[in-house]
Design a protein around this ligand. Structure first.
Ligand SMILES: Cc1cc2nc3c(=O)[nH]c(=O)nc-3n(C[C@H](O)[C@H](O)[C@H](O)COP(=O)(O)OP(=O)(O)OC[C@H]3O[C@@H](n4cnc5c(N)ncnc54)[C@H](O)[C@@H]3O)c2cc1C
Length: 235
């Protein structure tokens, strides 16, 4: 674990609330796919920090985070303290303090992987999938990804391009009647229709607490050992 200084190279807005920050990668930073870093920024006159999963793979040149800005339109006091809003104001060349990497939500030996993401919970899976494919590691990945509408899917084109016989991509839109793919939440039906041998896989679930808990409950119903279910709950 290191105290690090990060210099912003590029900022990309995906939607009006979600953006990616690409930093120069410190030479001595070594991280495992799935880990997070605490990013600090000054908000309301104080340095505040929050955890952000690294969305780039260790095989890539830059260090990337993809963040949803919580800007609380009705609550200016909360907005003033929001780290995700503070980070959204950074511009290329700005430097911030950070600490990490942290976390045990990392890949294990099993090559049969099921990734299940809710909303911005896709970030560690973007890192893991890119890493496995870049390193040509023999793995079978099934990626379930729920977002509100087609426009809210992050890395959508990229996952569609990465998709091959080793990466099955199953997006589902919870509130988009016009979406051509699956509609609705990640539920028992969707999992059952797309997973062959439930007990062969290691499961990784990431996203808001309620999302993670609801998916975990379904998996436990299928008698999957608890140690084969890894969770990263946010907030
Ligand atoms: C391991 C991990 C990885 C994460 N990765 C991402 C990511 O890749 N992209 C992304 O958009 N978000 C990610 N988050 C969520 C992120 O850390 C922030 O919670 C989110 O950006 C909201 O923070 P805020 O300051 O803008 O809003 P706030 O209103 O301050 O916080 C929103 C919520 O976070 C809680 N909170 C307040 N202070 C802290 C604190 N010090 N640490 C943790 N939670 C706190 C609040 O109780 C509230 O429920 C991750 C969280 C965790 C735990």
């Amino acid at each position: 674990m290191l105290n690090i200084q990060l210099r912003l190279k590029e900022k990309i807005w995906h939607t009006s609330e979600i953006y990616t920050l690409k930093f120069e990668k410190p030479k001595d930073l070594d991280f495992k796919p799935g880990q997070f870093i605490n990013l600090a920024v000054e908000v309301n006159g104080k340095q505040e920090k929050r955890a952000y999963s690294i969305s780039s793979s260790p095989t890539e040149e830059l260090l990337m985070f993809t963040i949803k800005r919580e800007d609380y339109p009705e609550e200016p006091e909360k907005r003033a303290k929001s780290v995700s809003t503070g980070l959204s104001k950074l511009e290329p060349g700005d430097q911030i303090e950070a600490k990490g990497p942290f976390g045990v939500f990392v890949l294990e030996e099993n090559p049969n992987l099921v990734f299940i993401a809710g909303g911005t919970g896709i970030t560690p899976f973007r890192c893991m999938s890119k890493y496995l494919l870049d390193k040509k590691i023999n793995a079978n990945i099934t990626l379930f990804y729920s977002a509100r509408a087609e426009k809210d899917f992050l890395f959508y084109e990229e996952f569609n391009k990465l998709k091959n016989e080793n990466l099955k991509f199953i997006p589902t839109a919870t509130r988009d009647e016009n979406f051509k793919g699956n509609k609705g939440r990640i539920d028992e039906n969707l999992l059952n229709n797309n997973i062959k041998n439930f007990n062969e896989n290691t499961y990784y679930i990431c996203g808001p607490k309620l999302f993670v808990e609801s998916v975990e409950k379904i998996l436990l119903k299928y008698n999957i050992e608890k140690k084969k279910i890894k969770v990263d709950k946010w907030g």
